[in-house]
Design a protein around this ligand. Structure first.
Ligand code: HDE
Length: 714
């Protein structure tokens, strides 16, 4: 039980842990902002503050002579440059970030004493970093991979990091296997290939030998691994955590982020092309959306399991390869997160931010999930070599807004100048400060949840972690037919890249056959292998036949086509009035519209006026859009019909199941492409066509078209 002492130090009360208003919160934020530097109107100086007169020429012995060692200006500049790089993250190296805020929907005191979840008026600043896992810093954004979803809450009671992913499970159950897993998925050691992907022998060798990875690999082969946008991903804390209220009552929870933008993906063909045509597709999308004021928003929710119900599930709550199906325990919304500011400097903010699942605040605690327990060690440890020592918490992006006085001293890159003589506790020289805050005091100090453990010290996996296939099966069987086909194709693609036949055979016979025989047969057929007749183990199966929450189709979002990108294709002779009408109609829905021409030069309308274009069809190919509009104007339509670029744009958009609306007189163009009208391929100039187009974009893809689109070349 928590201690009953209430003699909290005055200092902690002064720290602003009492309910702050927005002004108070803003004042704290300014402490972080003080380090932002703006050189506007400032003289160029050395790091020592000396004004520089010439930044163009090294000091030399004569204007054609050798350079002089005494040139401290040149040496300082080059030395700094030589050391600009720091080691990239060993995993999650490729990422991007944004600032924003979190706001609780209400007072969740019954669940947790964490202050940021108690007051709907309180604005808690956050910094989020999204990432891929496998590739290096310069790799493509749209590779098939898990996405990191790491959130740092700068709460009044200290930083809370929710370091999650966009998939709710993980590949392994015990942290000691992490280096093995990462070595297997990373590029192969002899040739450092492939960059950013898992379609290679070592990955499939490992996962086919490690059945506990089956569920997560299923997620990685699903559309979740190729998101349309970082704004359109769910986020998950994965592990079971605990929330604890002021009375010391704990509940197990799983954290969820639900995007208001819906959960959407690109198609595999698009993902591959985007990785080449726009390596920065996801970071650009996020930063542009924020720049334009289209702030992405997520709801933070928790699945709550009372301590007493810990053992009532057909899986172990501590097993990170399992979800709690939302149909069994619904997600209770706690608050919302809005991302509304881009970083000013990528390195200082996105690169230097250091997350750690061990950064928690009073009211939140861990479970004994062995993967989580290992992570609690790893994240601080890795920063020592990545950020150069134990003072990384002093880097501005990592500083808490709460005060952080203690007796830790010195080490590389120390920035705080500590006053006082006593850097130990207890002391009588500095009045005994800084002092502990008893847990039971108001704004009490952190106290770990007092869990009773009566156990044998042992290296052993719990039997309750033994079922590796039931939830993988539940996942596959909960998918829509389109999603199931994508999964079959993803396994076939990836295993098709595996050179060693015995690895392919093992994955099909010993993993896929235990998940779903139809899945195994379809993949086997694509690999030219015999279909397995039965699995190799007895699979218990899940009591739920399906979990609809697992299918992306059931997460359309509630923002309509706001922020969706629409291309308007024009050429000389386009009907200016038709362009205006289409653009206005779509702008009314807050879509992001770009007018594209054959080149970046303006086109001439049928009315003889110049019409500026935003980009060329080559510079902004169809894969960068969610929908395509072709306005009226016979000459323009004829020109588009004669242009390989425009025809490819339309065919590719069709193939990728995008909504396409052509003016009525575009029928000849459609016929020449051999395409037929469907639910999302529309001909017409009236409001009805616009409405149908908007609806089709809202549906994200014209799924009914997928079989017909197979015949169109990629
Ligand atoms: Fe991480 N992970 N991880 N991980 N992880 C890192 O920490 C690690 C795991 C996740 O944007 C590293 O600062 C171990 C699960 C994210 O900066 C490192 C284990 C989940 C990020 C590390 C795991 C994650 C990381 C590399 C198995 C989802 C990016 C750089 C026990 C819940 C954070 C760094 C950012 C980064 C270790 C498993 C998510 C090496 C040992 C499970 C989102 O410390």
């Amino acid at each position: 039980m928590p201690s009953k002492k209430t003699d909290a130090p005055k200092e902690s009360q002064a720290a602003g842990t009492q309910t702050p208003d927005k002004a108070n919160t803003n004042a704290k934020l300014q402490r972080l902002e003080a380090v932002r530097s703006d050189a506007t109107g400032q003289a160029l100086r050395t790091n020592q503050g000396v004004r520089i007169a010439d930044n163009q020429n090294t000091l030399k012995a004569g204007d054609r002579g050798p350079s002089l060692l005494e040139d401290f200006i040149m040496r300082e500049k080059i030395t700094h440059f030589d050391h600009e790089r720091i080691p990239e993250r060993i995993v999650h190296a490729r990422g991007t970030g944004a600032h924003g805020y979190f706001q609780s929907y209400g007072n969740h005191a019954a669940l947790t004493k964490a202050g940021f979840l108690q007051d709907p008026e309180k604005i808690t600043p956050v910094f989020v970093r999204f990432s891929t896992v496998q590739g290096p810093r310069g790799s493509g954004d749209t590779v098939r991979d898990v996405r990191g979803f790491a959130v740092k809450f700068y709460t009044d009671e200290g930083n809370f990091d929710l370091v999650g992913n966009n998939m709710p499970v993980f590949f392994i159950q015990d942290a000691i296997k992490f280096p093995d897993f990462v070595h297997a998925v990373k590029p192969e050691p002899h040739n450092e290939m492939p960059t950013g992907g898992s379609a290679h022998d070592t990955f499939w060798d490992f996962v086919s030998l490690v059945p506990e990875s089956a569920h997560m690999v299923m997620w990685a082969m699903s559309d979740r691994a190729i998101p349309r946008s970082l704004r359109m991903m769910e986020g998950f804390g994965i592990h079971t955590f605990r929330l604890i209220n002021a009375e010391g009552v704990a509940s197990f929870v799983k954290f969820h982020w639900k995007p208001r933008q819906g959960v959407h993906s690109v198609l595999w063909d698009e993902a591959q092309k985007l990785a080449g045509k726009d390596t920065d597709f996801h970071r650009r999308d996020l930063s542009e959306a924020i720049e334009m004021g289209d702030y992405p928003e997520w709801e933070l929710g928790v699945q709550i399991v009372p301590e007493a119900d810990e053992h009532k599930f057909e899986f172990d709550l501590l097993d990170p390869t399992k979800i709690i199906p939302e149909e069994l325990v619904p997600v209770t919304p706690l608050g919302k997160m809005v991302l509304n500011r881009n970083p000013d400097n990528f390195f200082a903010e996105v690169e230097q931010v250091a997350f750690c699942p061990g950064h928690i605040v009073p009211g939140i605690d861990f479970s004994n999930d062995p993967l989580l327990q290992g992570r609690l060690f790893s994240y601080t440890d890795t920063q020592l070599s990545r950020l150069g020592g134990p003072n990384f918490h002093e880097i501005p992006i990592n500083r808490p807004v709460a005060p952080n006085h203690n007796n830790q001293r010195d080490a590389l890159h120390r920035q705080t100048i500590h006053k006082g003589r006593a850097s130990y506790e207890p002391n009588s020289i500095d009045g005994g400060w800084p002092k502990e805050t008893p847990a039971a005091a108001q704004d009490g100090g952190f106290e770990s949840y007092q869990e009773r453990i009566d156990a044998v010290k042992i290296r052993q996996r719990s039997e309750s972690f033994g079922d590796h296939f039931s939830q993988a099966r539940l996942f596959f069987q909960s998918m829509s037919p389109n999603e199931q086909q994508h999964i079959i194709k993803a396994y076939s693609f990836e295993l098709g890249k595996v050179e060693r036949e015995h690895i392919r055979v093992r994955e099909v016979n010993e993993i896929l056959a235990n998940i779903d025989l139809k899945l195994a047969a379809a993949v086997a057929a694509n690999l030219g292998l015999p279909a397995p007749k039965a699995g190799t183990v007895q699979v218990k199966g899940s009591k739920l036949a399906k979990s609809p929450a697992l299918s992306q189709m059931n997460h359309p979002g509630d923002v309509g086509i706001k922020g969706r990108k629409i291309a308007v294709l024009v050429a000389d002779g386009v009907d200016g009035a038709s362009v205006d009408q289409q653009v206005k109609a779509l702008e009314a829905h807050s879509a992001r519209i770009m007018v594209l021409g054959p080149t970046s030069a303006p086109v001439k309308t049928a009315q003889g006026k110049p019409l500026p274009v935003d980009a060329s069809m080559e510079g902004m190919p169809s894969i960068m859009f969610d929908g395509i509009v072709v306005p009226a104007g016979k000459a323009s339509l004829d020109a588009l019909g004669a242009s390989g670029l425009a025809k490819h744009f339309l065919l590719e958009g069709y193939k990728h199941l995008k909504a396409i609306a052509l003016a009525k007189e575009g029928k000849a163009l459609l016929d020449s492409l051999g395409l037929k009208e469907d639910k999302g391929l529309l001909l017409g100039d009236d409001q009805k066509t616009v409405d149908a187009f908007v609806k089709a974009v809202e549906g994200h893809r014209v799924w009914e078209r997928e079989a017909a689109a197979e015949a169109v070349p990629a």
